[in-house]
Design a protein around this ligand. Structure first.
Ligand code: HEC
Ligand code: HEC
Length: 217
């Protein structure tokens, strides 16, 4: 009798473990699917050879001012490419690069980079000021918490929303440059100018600390 109960308990535990792992696996498969969009990542690999020369074979670049694209949302990557094409986002090299991509290739190329193992920091960098701004913002200066849009780990809000890019684990020098560009208005392609408003009153020291903190996430 005791043996049977023991056996039943073991069965129940294994069954619930199985359910839990299956649910977890399908949740992460879904997350990846939503991040990739409609493109074909396998076809995107050969179509993005030119891009890989700078952004890395797996979307992790070797150069600190060239952003990682690994695990970035396909629709965010596509939006940036459209913005480089139209001039809404300015960068001489990237505008020229973006113009080489045809509409037919766009989905596959963005799917390729989105499907790579997500960029990841080493947990180091930044300071208490940066962490506080990231998690809580600064109400006195009308700065919302970065985490409220970019997610508590800086990985965005997948699978629901792909508007907010992955910034956790991005290169520090690139993050630093973008934050300064948002503040100075040199980059102004965010919806309703939201990033210009967010960065408007950041000090140089805060930008430096935030870039360090985010690159470590
Ligand atoms: C010669 C090097 C080089 C090549 C080749 C190149 N890029 Fe870039 N890319 C850059 C640099 C540098 C930036 C940063 C631009 C800035 O500072 O605003 C960038 C930025 C980007 C961004 C913006 C990322 C973000 O987080 O906002 C995307 C998307 C991108 N590149 C995609 C591509 C694709 C797709 C290709 C291939 C068609 C490509 N790049 C080819 C150098 C390159
Ligand atoms: C209200 C929502 C919102 C808040 C709050 C917010 N962001 Fe953003 N952020 C965005 C959006 C949307 C974009 C993408 C803009 C685009 O489409 O080019 C972005 C882009 C960025 C980028 C550029 C990423 C890249 O790959 O080029 C950086 C860096 C960044 N945010 C940092 C921050 C920091 C640091 C904070 C807090 C001080 C913050 N954001 C708060 C919405 C937000």
């Amino acid at each position: 009798m005791i043996r049977t109960q023991y056996y039943i308990a073991i069965c129940l535990i294994s069954a619930s473990l199985l359910v839990a792992t299956t649910a977890y696996a399908s949740a992460s498969v879904n997350e990846v699917k939503q991040r990739i969009g409609n493109g074909n990542p396998v076809a995107g690999k050969s179509k993005s050879e030119l891009c890989q020369g700078c952004h890395g074979e797996f979307g992790l670049s070797a150069e600190d001012l060239i952003p990682n694209l690994a695990g970035q949302y396909a629709s965010y990557i596509a939006k940036q490419l459209r913005n480089f094409q139209s001039g809404a986002r300015k960068h001489e090299i990237m505008s020229a690069m973006a113009k080489t991509i045809s509409d037919a290739e766009l989905n596959d190329i963005t799917a390729y980079f989105a499907s790579q193992k997500k960029m990841q920091g080493n947990g180091k960098g930044g300071n208490a000021v940066a962490k506080n701004l990231f998690l809580h913002g600064d109400a006195k200066r009308d700065i919302p918490a970065c985490a409220s849009c970019h997610g508590v780990n800086g990985k965005g809000q997948a699978p629901n929303v792909a508007t907010y890019p992955v910034i956790g684990g991005q290169h520090k020098a690139y993050l630093h440059a973008q934050l300064a560009h948002w503040r100075d208005g040199e980059r102004s392609n965010s919806p309703n100018g939201m990033m210009n408003k967010v960065a408007k009153t950041l000090t140089d020291a805060e930008i430096e600390a935030l870039a360090g903190y985010l690159s470590g996430l």
